[in-house]
Design a protein around this ligand. Structure first.
Ligand code: ATP
Ligand code: MG
Length: 425
């Protein structure tokens, strides 16, 4: 974003004009060197938070105790943080105290990886005391300083390490990897929300498979608060994660659960512990529900003519979104991944080949699509409401979806009266 770069440069130059050092720092310098899109530009400066606030009219004291002031320039927000070190890490999480320092190099020393310990001034000169540029060229994640100690200070760095290696497709320096393995049990101190954030970034990247491989090898997932047994994942399915691209990236989570052979309920419990939102949980477990329903249809060995009705029933129970998601995932998986006997395989293939057409043939997908209301039904039959009403409406929905009844109030009323008459008898 050219304009964001211009506005941040203005902030840096203003600080310089008043005698302070100021640099772009961390992720934005790294991403620039990697030729990747930069989404936010952080600034570090020798000016104290008070001095920054005096210089800029439009600013918010976002984290004064950490030395951070957010400066607004031309509609963009920039975090300006005073050079600082950190000390006394509590419970292997955030530091309990920070100290402001005079030298940019001391600030860079507190940062996690060499590629993140880079600063650039307004003339484009790069400050790189730990060989970050060499590591970027060598495509390698390396801790600043002694790896075991750095992971010990803040165990979230363990996940950041794997995430960066995965998203950039970098290797991990030998000592860094060794330090990570020595400290992985500290992950139990990290809040699941932060674990999830790292995992979501990793899974949305271009190489989630490389990340999964690292997670399996390091057994990191077994050490988090809500642990996952990585051994249960089916490798053949994992191999296809990267085939889900663009808007379908979110479905990688559903594929992951499928690869772990999770039932809908198991998955729901796990996703809850991992602090996923209700919407996210519904989306991911919906696919598992469709998989379970179609599997049981296939096991019953129904005649081919019956498969359409069974599919329509699955759409009504699981919702159209879940069935579309399931089909999307099937389409990127290799044929016969379930390793079923041929007769069942054939049924799955038949369902897959016709499902879209069957879904499109449905006049109704939910109760609210029916051209008759519960009240109208009560009136027609002269009865009081009760559980029977819900059952009757489900019957109408199914018959209409299959196409046995037209979705018109006359046809629906006739069916209500017919069923009502049978009930009376
Ligand atoms: P991205 O924004 O792509 O997730 P990033 O490296 O910019 O990656 P941020 O969380 O935005 O990550 O942090 C900005 C910078 O702050 C990092 O580049 C790094 O220098 C430093 N940093 C962030 N988290 C840590 C940490 N846990 N330990 C040490 N330094 C960190
Ligand atoms: Mg960042």
């Amino acid at each position: 974003d050219q304009e964001m770069a211009r506005q941040s440069e203005r902030v840096i130059r203003t600080l310089n004009e008043h005698g302070y050092e100021a640099y772009w720092v961390g992720g934005c310098v790294r991403d620039e060197l990697l030729g990747r899109a930069v989404d936010d530009m952080d600034i570090t400066s020798s000016a104290s938070p008070e001095q920054v606030m005096q210089l800029f009219e439009d600013c918010i004291p976002t984290g004064l105790q950490h030395g951070t002031v957010t400066v607004r320039s031309g509609g963009y927000y920039f975090e300006v943080t005073t050079f600082r070190t950190e000390s006394e890490y509590k419970d292997n999480r955030r530091p309990s105290a920070v100290h402001f320092v005079k030298d940019i190099k001391e600030d860079l020393q507190r940062r996690d990886f060499t590629m993140n310990a880079l600063a650039m001034d307004s003339d484009g000169n790069i400050v790189d005391p730990f060989g970050g540029q060499i590591d970027i060229r060598a495509e390698r994640v390396r801790c600043v300083g002694e790896a075991k100690a750095r992971f010990g200070e803040d165990a979230l760095r363990i996940l950041r390490c794997v995430r960066f290696a995965s998203v950039f497709h970098f290797s991990i320096a030998y000592n860094t990897w060794k330090g990570l393995l020595l400290q992985r049990d500290l992950l139990k101190h990290i809040a699941m929300e932060r674990v999830r954030t790292e995992m979501v970034k990793m899974m949305a990247g271009s190489q989630p498979l490389a990340g999964m491989e690292l997670l399996l090898r390091s057994r990191i997932l077994e050490e988090v608060k809500a642990p996952v047994d990585a051994k249960r994942f089916n490798r053949t399915l994992l191999m296809n994660l990267e085939e889900l691209k663009g808007e379908h990236v979110i479905l990688r989570w559903a594929l992951l659960l499928l690869a772990g052979n999770y039932s809908k309920d198991e998955a729901d419990t796990l996703l809850r512990q991992w602090t996923f939102s209700n919407d996210e949980r519904t989306r991911m477990t919906g696919v598992l529900q469709v998989e379970a329903m179609t599997s049981s249809i296939v096991q019953e060995n129904k005649p081919v003519e019956a498969l359409r009705e069974e599919w329509i029933q699955a759409v009504l129970v699981c919702g159209i979104r879940a069935t579309q998601d399931w089909l999307m995932i099937q389409s990127i998986l290799p044929a016969a991944w379930r390793e079923l006997p041929i007769s069942m395989e054939d049924q799955f293939n038949y369902i897959q080949a016709h499902a879209s057409e069957w879904s499109q043939s449905m006049q109704v997908q939910e109760l609210k699509d029916l051209n008759i209301t519960g009240e109208a039904i009560l009136g027609l039959l002269g009865r009081k409401g009760g559980p029977w009403l819900g059952q009757l409406m489900k019957h109408l929905l199914r018959e209409t979806a299959i196409g046995n009844i037209a979705n018109q109030s006359e046809a629906l009323s006739a069916e209500v009266k017919r069923v009502g008459a049978i009930d009376q008898a």
